[in-house]
Design a protein around this ligand. Sequence first.
Ligand SMILES: Nc1ncnc2c1ncn2[C@@H]1O[C@H](COP(=O)(O)OP(=O)(O)OP(=O)(O)O)[C@@H](O)[C@H]1O
Ligand SMILES: [Mg+2]
Length: 270
Amino acid sequence: MSPGIVEKFNPRKTSALTSQRDLVRGNRRGRYVPIHEITLEEVRKNAIQFGLATDLLYQVSAGKEASIFLAMWKKHPIILKAFRYWTSAQSRKKKGYFAPTQMEALAAKEFDILSLCYKAGVHVPTPIGRVGNYVTMRFIGDAMDTAPQLRDAEVVDPERVLDQILDDYLLMYSKAHYVHGDLSKYNILWWRGRPWIIDVPQACRVDAWADMKQVESLLYRDIRNVLSYFKKYGVRRDADYILEQFISEYTPHNLRNYRESVGSSYWRVR
Ligand SMILES: Nc1ncnc2c1ncn2[C@@H]1O[C@H](COP(=O)(O)OP(=O)(O)OP(=O)(O)O)[C@@H](O)[C@H]1O
Ligand SMILES: [Mg+2]
């Protein structure tokens, strides 16, 4: 007998993600689960079960909250970013508890912000899919090489490259309405003669309810981080002037007069 419409959309068989969540929780209820170890095999199994990849090759890096893997979608290399509530052999051993839902929220945030930036024309890895705490995206690199971080790149035309980064960041800010919040020589990759912005889950939305003081200080820090990398090439730009350009390009409509409302001295503290 074919399933009724209600059953069809509410299948009794649990999804791979639900089974995985149950497995991680064990018999526990509540927000937190103990940190445990996970192997490359288990990540591969999840990625394949979730339909995110057809194979997992190796771990590329282990950051504070996420591990990055090179995966395959059929014959194409892709990146799988896993927000961790577990440790892996390659990452530092930690003890304690983690909230899996927080990691899923970060994965969802990274996917959504990458999508908005991509649509706004920013050079970011094209997002592909997201299930649970896993996100897949375009691999910046090719069969021979992985794109290096900007800090390890050899830049021959630094003025132009700095312009490309600032143009992309201005698009992210003024069209996608996000402040990156961790932009630096580490979160910019260098590939085929141009910079690519990565690592966006901490980005901060700039909308009608934004705290513009916080927005300004994050923008200012990002701009200064980028400018400091270019000092070694003898490139000097004025961070205050660039910040003003960003703010004048986009400020949420209802916050147009935000500086007046709190007094100008308040804004000098950055
Ligand atoms: N799309 C990609 N293509 C190629 N390499 C990538 C890609 N995404 C990430 N990487 C590699 O993995 C590294 C870590 O990525 P990312 O900064 O997104 O993760 P992270 O765990 O948040 O890092 P951290 O905590 O160290 O900032 C990058 O510096 C880069 O070397
Ligand atoms: Mg990073």
